[in-house]
Design a protein around this ligand. Structure first.
Ligand code: BEZ
Length: 213
């Protein structure tokens, strides 16, 4: 299975989950999606990650984004672990966790890196857009919990830059100035697209207030 790259179509699959069978593309519908793997149930880092993700339910909903976790552990293990996640985080786990003991999803998404561990999934994150294209790939080691605020930040950037001719600078957050696409040079087009004005630091580095706010 070749490595999945940005712009590739996210592989479709059907797999069991804590909320019943998931037909991935059908389940995504017109939403954005976050598919993320964790190495193992009943482990400390994973417990904090899934609890925090549950706390972000409203943030993902606001961004029209569905969240789906996966590991190679079976369904009965996931079902038992969900109780611990809810107890330790204080919130309901409102997203499904795929049970992937046959490694169908792990294989399709290249989530097992044998030189790190030959049976457990690494901490992968795929962000998928409503056209089912892969827009972000992140891989973290088992010992390092991910930053889910960063995943929200990238979704904000992707949704903004898909709509406007802009890019987002280092450490950008909602509401901060953005970068005007260098390809736009026509002064009339610039005026029409960026009525709030442009601040040029260099000819190729031009800022404008975030459009649409
Ligand atoms: C954890 O989630 O704590 C973990 C999982 C697998 C290996 C190491 C840590």
């Amino acid at each position: 299975m070749p490595t999945l790259r940005l712009g590739d179509t996210a592989p479709d699959f059907t797999q069991e989950s804590t909320q019943g069978p998931i037909h991935f593309h059908q389940w995504l519908g017109d939403s954005w999606g976050v598919l993320f793997s964790h190495p193992k149930d009943f482990t400390p880092v994973c417990t904090t990650e899934l609890g925090y993700t549950a706390k972000l339910a409203d943030d993902f909903r606001k961004r029209n984004t569905k969240v789906l976790a996966v590991s190679v552990d079976p369904l009965d293990s996931h079902n038992g672990w969900v109780g611990d996640i809810e107890e330790t985080s204080g919130v309901k786990v409102n997203f499904p966790i795929l049970a992937d003991p046959d490694r169908k999803v792990a294989t399709l998404y290249d989530m097992i890196h044998p030189n790190a561990n030959d049976t457990l999934t690494v901490r992968s994150v795929y962000v998928i857009d409503p056209k089912k294209k892969i827009r972000l790939v992140i891989t973290y080691p088992a010992s390092t919990g991910r930053n889910f605020d960063e995943i929200l930040r990238v979704i904000d950037s992707l949704q903004l830059t898909d709509q406007h001719s802009v890019a987002t600078p280092v450490n950008w957050k909602q509401g901060e100035d953005v970068i005007v696409a260098p390809s736009i040079q026509d002064p009339e087009v610039l005026k029409q697209k960026f009525p709030k004005g442009i601040r040029a630091v260099k000819p190729y580095l031009r800022y404008t207030p975030q459009p649409g706010r």
